[in-house]
Design a binder for this molecule. Structure first.
Ligand SMILES: [Mg+2]
Length: 186
C-alpha cells in the first residue's frame, strides 16, 4: 500500500507557527482552536495568504515545530511505502526538504500537488488535515482510502461525511497507525 502524507497540519504545526508570527506582526493573539476553517480570516486577512508569504522565508520554515507524535509514527512506518504530498509552493521546496530531512529523514520521496489535486499523486491512502483534499482523493477511485487528520480547520462543507466507507477520522498519530493496521488487515 502506498501512503501519501501531507505536511502542514499533519507533520508540521503550520498554524501554530503562523499564529505566533501574526501576534508578533499585528499584535493580535489567536489560539489554533479559533481557526475553524481552512480559509480563516482575521481583520479581513486570509491566513492562507499570510502562510504563503511566511513560507518564502527559509528561517520561518526551519523553525516550524513538528506535530505531536508524528516523528515516532513515521519511524514506526519505516519499511512501508510512505511519501510526502504537499501543496506548498515550489519556491518553498528547498527549505521544506531541509526541514523534512532534519525531522523526518525516512521521508525521501516528495510530491507537489496543488490543493484539491492530491488525487494526482500515485497513492492508495492519503493522510491530510483538509477535507477538500481527502474528498477529491477518495472520489477519484473506490479503492482509495483517506485519513482526515482532524484539526479545528479540517471541515469546510465538502460533504466528507458522505464518504464514510472510504474515510477515517483521526485526532492524533497513534489513531492513524491503528487505521493503517486495520486497512492492511482487510
Ligand atoms: Mg495540510
Amino acid at each position: 500500500m502506498r501512503i501519501a502524507v501531507d505536511i502542514d497540519g499533519v507533520l508540521a504545526d503550520q498554524i501554530g507557527s503562523a499564529l505566533q508570527r501574526i501576534e508578533k506582526e499585528y499584535g493580535q493573539r489567536y489560539h489554533r482552536s479559533e481557526v475553524t476553517r481552512a480559509h480563516w480570516t482575521f481583520d479581513g486577512r486570509d491566513i492562507w495568504t499570510e502562510i504563503s508569504r511566511l513560507l518564502k522565508d527559509p528561517e520561518y520554515v526551519m523553525a516550524i515545530p513538528v506535530i505531536e507524535g508524528s516523528q515516532a509514527a513515521v519511524q514506526k512506518l519505516a519499511g512501508r511505502d510512505v511519501h510526502v504530498a504537499t501543496a506548498r509552493r515550489p519556491e518553498t521546496e528547498k527549505s521544506t526538504k531541509q526541514w523534512l530531512s532534519r525531522h523526518f529523514p525516512d521521508l525521501k520521496e516528495y510530491h507537489h500537488a496543488r490543493t484539491g489535486a492530491k488525487h494526482a499523486v500515485l497513492s492508495d491512502l492519503l493522510i491530510d488535515d483538509f477535507d477538500l483534499n481527502i474528498v477529491g482523493f477518495v472520489e477519484s477511485s473506490p479503492h482509495r482510502r483517506g485519513v482526515l487528520f482532524q484539526q479545528p480547520w479540517s471541515i469546510n462543507d465538502t460533504g466528507i461525511e458522505n464518504y464514510s466507507d472510504q474515510v477515517y477520522f483521526c485526532k492524533d498519530w497513534p489513531s492513524v497507525l491503528k487505521v493503517i493496521d486495520e486497512i492492511e488487515a482487510i
